[in-house]
Ligand binder design. Structure first.
Ligand code: CDT
Length: 330
C-alpha cells in the first residue's frame, strides 16, 4: 500500500492587533478550502495563528492579555475550523495561546498559560497536543529593545514533553506525527527526542522577527532565513522525517516577520517554499516510506548512537570552558 500523503503548509500574512478572530478564522477556512482543492490531506498553520504575535506587547498584568488566549477548543470563534476540517476531510495543525486550569508542580490547580499546538483529525477530535518548551526572549520589559519578545512572561515552559503519536492521516494510513513550535526548531535535542520515537512528519509553526533585537537589531536578513531553513533541514535529515515549517509573515503591528515557509523531505531537501509574505498555501506530495532509508542506514539509532558519551547533554545547561592544553605539561 502506498504511504503517500499530500501535505499543505498554510502560511499566514500578518494579523494586526485590532483584527478579530472572525476575520482570521475566515482567512484560515479559505486556506483549508484551497488546500482541499489542491488535494491536501493535512494542513499546518503557524504558531499563535489566531492573533497577532502578542508577546511583542508588554502588559504589566498577564490577565490583561487574556484576549489573546483560548480557554477551550473548539470555541464559538474557532468552530468554523473544525467544521471545515469535517467538510473537506482534512486534518489540521493549529498553534494558539492556551489557558489551562491544571495542577502545577506542587499539585495546586491554578490558571496556567502555554504556547500550544494541537493536531485535529477531520472528525474534529483533537488527536494530541504539544506545549512549547524552548521559550525565547525575556520576562520583563526591556527598555533597550525596540520590540519586546516577552514569551517568558506570557507562557510557562511546556509540560508535555515532545510527544509523537501514530494516527491515521488521509490516504497514507497511520502516520507518526510530532510537533515543535518556532524556537524549538533550533534545538537538535528536540528533534532527536522526536526521532527516537520514529517521527515521520514534524509540524511546526513560527513567528520569527526579520530583525534580531537581541543584537541591537543587527543580523543580515538572509541569515535569519538561512538559520531557520538550516535548522529545519538538518532536523529532518538527521531524524529521517518530513517537516513542515510554517510562518506568520509580513508587517504585523509595524514589525516585520519573515515568511519562507517550507516543506522538507527526510533527505533535508526543500520540496516546496512560500514566496510571499501573505496568506499562501504550498503543498508537497510526501512518500512517507522515504523515512525508512535514513532510519535504517546512517541514522539507524540502535546501531550507531552512543548515549554513554552524551551525558553532558542531560547534565549541563550552559556550556563550560574546555580543558586547557599547556605546551610541555603532561
Ligand atoms: N516565536 C519564536 O520562538 N521566535 C524565535 C525568535 C526569538 S528572538 C527573541 C525564533 O526562534 O524564531
Amino acid at each position: 500500500m502506498s504511504r503517500r500523503l499530500v501535505v499543505a503548509a498554510a502560511q499566514m500574512g500578518p494579523i494586526q492587533l485590532a483584527e478579530g478572530r472572525d476575520v482570521v478564522v475566515g482567512r484560515m477556512v479559505r486556506l483549508m478550502e484551497t488546500a482541499h482543492k489542491r488535494g491536501a490531506e493535512v494542513v499546518v498553520f503557524p504558531e499563535l495563528a489566531l492573533t497577532t504575535f502578542f508577546p511583542r506587547w508588554y502588559k504589566e498584568d498577564i490577565s490583561e492579555a487574556e484576549a489573546f488566549y483560548e480557554s477551550s477548543l473548539p470555541s464559538n470563534e474557532t468552530a468554523p475550523l473544525f467544521e471545515a476540517a469535517k467538510k473537506f476531510g482534512i486534518g489540521f495543525h493549529l498553534g494558539y495561546g492556551e489557558i489551562a486550569y491544571e495542577p502545577d508542580e506542587t499539585g495546586v490547580v491554578r490558571k496556567r498559560y502555554f504556547n500550544t499546538a494541537v493536531y485535529v483529525d477531520p472528525s474534529g477530535e483533537i488527536v494530541f497536543k504539544y506545549r512549547k518548551i524552548h521559550l525565547p526572549g525575556h520576562k520583563e520589559f526591556d527598555p533597550n529593545r525596540k520590540v519586546q519578545h516577552l514569551e517568558k512572561r506570557y507562557f510557562e515552559v511546556g509540560n508535555l514533553g515532545f510527544p509523537v503519536v501514530r494516527a491515521p492521516v488521509g490516504s497514507a494510513g497511520p502516520v507518526n506525527l510530532g510537533m515543535l513550535i518556532c524556537n524549538d526548531r533550533r534545538w537538535p535535542e528536540a528533534w532527536r527526542v522526536l526521532g527516537l520515537q520514529q517521527v515521520e512528519l514534524v509540524m511546526l509553526g513560527y513567528n520569527t522577527p526579520a530583525i534580531n533585537q537581541d543584537n541591537k537589531g543587527f543580523e543580515a536578513h538572509h541569515l535569519r532565513v538561512l538559520h531557520s531553513h538550516l535548522a529545519i533541514q538538518a532536523g529532518c535529515y538527521q531524524n529521517a522525517t518530513f517537516g513542515v515549517g510554517v510562518a506568520k509573515a509580513g508587517n504585523e503591528d509595524g514589525h516585520e516577520l519573515f515568511g519562507h515557509s517550507i516543506i522538507v523531505n527526510p533527505q533535508g531537501e526543500i520540496m516546496a517554499q512560500a514566496t510571499s509574505w501573505s496568506d499562501e498555501l504550498i503543498v508537497a506530495d510526501c512518500d512517507l516510506d522515504m523515512c525508512k532509508l535514513g532510519r535504517t542506514t546512517i541514522f539507524n539509532f540502535a546501531a550507531h548512537r552512543r548515549p554513554e558519551h552524551y551525558g553532558r547533554i542531560l547534565e549541563q545547561t550552559g556550556s563550560v570552558p574546555p580543558a586547557e592544553w599547556t605546551p610541555g605539561k603532561k
